[in-house]
Design a protein around this ligand. Structure first.
Ligand code: PEP
Ligand code: MG
Length: 745
């Protein structure tokens, strides 16, 4: 039987291909296909339902049901047996359909006469496109082989649908990936941007789902698998120093790449008439469906590995993929599942916007996007499946909405929005030379955060007084190898030149957590955010820190130099780091190199512990800079990269503000200059509250300086402080509401 069934299946696929090649319009093709399937499966009915919109399926072709029902019969996902197949993305095979759970009688189809029903989802890479159904009068369940054959056909239908084979005059048969679609996500960086999609990982397009010669397809598959195995082995060899977690992943890859059952399933698919690519995709689709349904995190991870491996295999087979050399379109908007800070830096500032399916507001990729003022929307579910390279896209970073292939009304509303933004920027531009002096006469120094040479040109136009945080690790992240001292020194000198005498606070290398250098041995750490990172690495393995300090001292040569150490958690760490700096100065002095005109050496306060350090710490440091991003994550024990927990805690939470207030008072009592350089400093309401607590220096992304200055110049800090105190006295959880009310006057 399998032999004949295979032959049958191949014959049917061959006929389907002929039907495709016949040059008919979309509807005629569909009509022919249902007739062919019904004939081959020996069933009275075969129907194809396709999605009309995200929730509605429509009968698009039928053999055996009433022809009048075509394009009339519709059901919602989950409704009736067909809707249930689409919802569960799983087969329903029953001998007695009218008694099956969910059966819905549709008089226009004349359906009650058919007893047995088998529906399989038409899906491609986890994206359900419709449902293929066969029905017959005889009361019988379809055999496993028959169901399998239907799944193979459904796979081919999915590919054909994707390629637009059924597009035509018919009302429901509009092409996929051509409709406007809106995505609701989360704002990670404000701003509005319009442009064209650039997929970080382009979709693979399979143009030949059907193949006649199973032997040659199997040979192609086997060759591709050999290449895949080799690349996995090379990956393992290259990563011999990888962490245990990474090794687990790579070993899992190797296991899948050598899995007999995976290969066997794909070979069976080929025997049934699919091409090698379509066979890989069919198995990948199944894995994606299981991934979406699985509640077991371990299993989901493994299925994710399989998905990734399938992608690699498809790229090998089709020669398509990340390195196709696809050109960036004009005004590129990057669309990706997720992206790390290093990869984002590789793209550079040319991006107009970024849309991610995953991601988090606290990640360093988001920090980079913010530094560049590129609108970033995260959690845009399924956008990588919907979007095609070059599609027009609008990113609304105020509402967290993304419009893919927008229609004219949306486009024109968006143009208005961008114009309003430009007008606001103009208003801020008029403040560039004005100080951030409040109505009550207090002046707050507003500085900018930077990390790349490319950021420096924003310094004069932003109105910043200097660079309050220069994240030196970004230079390390954009390279494939450790930069040399001479290169760094030249770069730091250029940064100081570009700053034109304004103060630049260079933060020494802050790696670890999500900032991973590909050329440094990764660590096996269960909790990298609280692990061996930043100054901990610098002190334990001081080679790089020493090199960096020398580079900074040489760059300053006769100019003032400001250096700060990240992630200091206790007094001795600062003393040890300072000792490294002093040693570097001594060395340069001995070598006869010119020394900086003056030095300031400070610490970043990113752990609550440091606020309670002995008085000596506050006297030892030349200044303190509060790294609110990390501080907040440790204060609330809420991972800055985990959206679910991060959003629970408002920065204006009374506990956090009381903590800051005590810290600021301590700095004032001990004469320690203190500033705030976390992302919150760039949010106007937060900035005003920090100023009301006594902070007189803030550092933020350049684009925030205008809005923050604008608000500061309108407020009376005494009134803001009174509103904050009243909220605290009342027992409010956050002062936000009270402050906004007070600002409204
Ligand atoms: C911070 O933690 O607030 C900070 C400024 O450093 P980063 O965001 O680079 O960790
Ligand atoms: Mg930090």
């Amino acid at each position: 039987m399998p032999e004949t069934l295979e032959t049958e299946s191949r014959k049917l696929l061959g006929r389907l291909r002929d039907a495709m090649a016949a040059g008919d319009a979309g509807q005629e093709r569909l009509d022919r296909i249902v007739a062919l399937i019904a004939g081959s499966m020996r069933t009275e009915v075969c129907s194809i339902y396709l999605f009309r919109d995200a929730d509605t399926l429509e009968l698009c072709a039928t053999e055996g049901l009433s022809p009048e029902a075509v394009h009339q019969t519709r059901m919602r996902v989950g409704e009736g047996l067909v809707g249930r197949v689409a919802k569960a993305r799983d087969v329903i095979n029953t001998a007695d359909a009218p008694s099956a759970r969910g059966f819905r009688y549709m008089p226009e189809t004349g359906e009650e006469r058919f007893s047995s029903f088998c529906g399989v989802p038409v899906q491609r890479l986890g994206d359900t496109m419709g449902v293929l159904v066969v029905q017959s009068k005889a009361e019988r369940e379809f055999t496993a082989d028959e169901v399998y054959a239907l799944e193979v056909v459904a796979m081919v239908l999915a590919e054909m649908t994707e390629l637009g084979a059924f597009v035509g005059e018919g009302a429901a048969l509009s092409a996929r990936h051509q409709q406007p679609v809106m995505f609701r996500g989360t704002v990670a960086q404000e701003g509005a941007a319009g442009g064209n999609v650039f997929l970080h990982e382009p979709r693979v397009v399979v143009t030949n789902p059907i193949a006649d010669d199973p032997e040659s397809e199997k040979a192609r598959l086997s060759e591709a698998i050999d290449t895949l195995r080799l690349s996995v082995d090379q990956m393992l060899a290259r990563n011999s120093a990888a962490s245990a977690d990474q090794k687990d992943v790579l070993e899992a890859y190797r296991m899948f790449a050598n899995s007999r059952s995976w290969l066997k399933r794909m070979e069976d698919d080929i025997d049934n008439g699919l091409s090698a690519e379509a066979a890989v995709e069919k198995e990948q689709s199944l894995a994606r469906t299981r991934m979406a349904q699985s509640k077991d995190a371990y299993l989901r991870d493994r299925l994710h590995d399989l998905d990734d491996l399938s992608n690699r295999l498809l790229r090998i087979l089709t020669g398509q993929g990340g390195d196709t050399g696809a050109e960036l379109p004009e005004n590129p908007v990057l669309v990706a599942r997720n992206i790390g800070p290093g990869e984002l830096l590789d793209y550079g500032k040319v991006l107009r916007g970024i849309v991610l399916e995953e991601g988090s507001v606290g990640s360093h990729a988001a920090v980079v996007a913010r530094a560049w003022a590129i609108p970033l929307v995260i959690h845009a579910k399924n956008i990588t499946t919907e979007a095609l390279n070059g599609d027009p896209i609008l990113v609304d970073g105020e509402q967290g909405i993304v419009h893919l292939r927008p229609d004219d009304t949306v486009r024109s509303a968006f143009r208005d929005k961008i114009a309003m933004q430009a007008a606001a920027q103009e208003r801020y531009a008029s403040l560039v030379d004005q100080p951030a002096t409040t109505r009550c006469g207090q002046t707050v120094a507003l500085n900018m955060n930077a990390g790349l040479m490319a950021d420096l040109p924003s310094l004069p136009s932003s109105g910043a007084e200097g660079v309050g945080l220069f994240r030196t690790e970004l230079q390390f992240l954009i390279r494939n190898q450790m930069p040399r001292r001479a290169e760094l020194s030249a770069l730091y000198a250029r940064v100081m030149d570009a700053a034109g005498g304004k103060r630049v606070a260079f933060r020494t290398l802050d790696i670890g957590s999500d900032k991973v250098l590909t050329y440094m041995k990764p660590n096996d750490e269960p909790n990298p955010a609280m692990g061996w990172r930043a100054i901990r690495v610098g002190l334990d393995k001081p080679g790089v820190l020493r090199m960096q300090l020398q580079a900074l001292i040489r760059a300053a040569a006769g100019r003032p130099l400001t250096v700060m150490f990240p992630f200091i958690a206790q007094l001795q760490e600062f003393r040890d780091a300072r000792a490294e700096f002093d040693k570097a100065m001594d060395r340069e002095r001995r070598l006869g190199h010119p020394l900086p005109e003056a030095v300031e050496v400070g610490a970043m306060l990113e752990t609550p512990s440091l606020a309670f350090a002995p008085d000596q710490f506050f006297q030892d440091v030349d200044f303190l800079s509060i790294g609110g991003n990390d501080l907040k994550q440790f204060f609330f024990a809420a991972d800055r990269e985990n959206e679910r927990v991060r959003r629970r805690y408002d920065t204006l939470n009374v506990s956090f503000l009381s903590f800051l207030e005590q810290l600021i008072a301590r700095c004032a009592a001990l004469g320690t200059p203190v500033s705030f350089c976390g992302e919150d400093a760039g949010r106007p309401i937060e900035a005003v509250c920090f100023a009301a607590l006594g902070l007189r220096a803030l550092s933020m992304r350049p684009a925030s300086i205008g809005p923050v200055k604008h608000l500061l110049r309108q407020v009376d800090l005494g009134a803001v402080k009174a509103a904050m105190d009243a909220a605290r006295a009342r027992g409010d959880q956050s002062v936000r509401h009270a402050v906004i009310e007070a600002l409204r006057g």
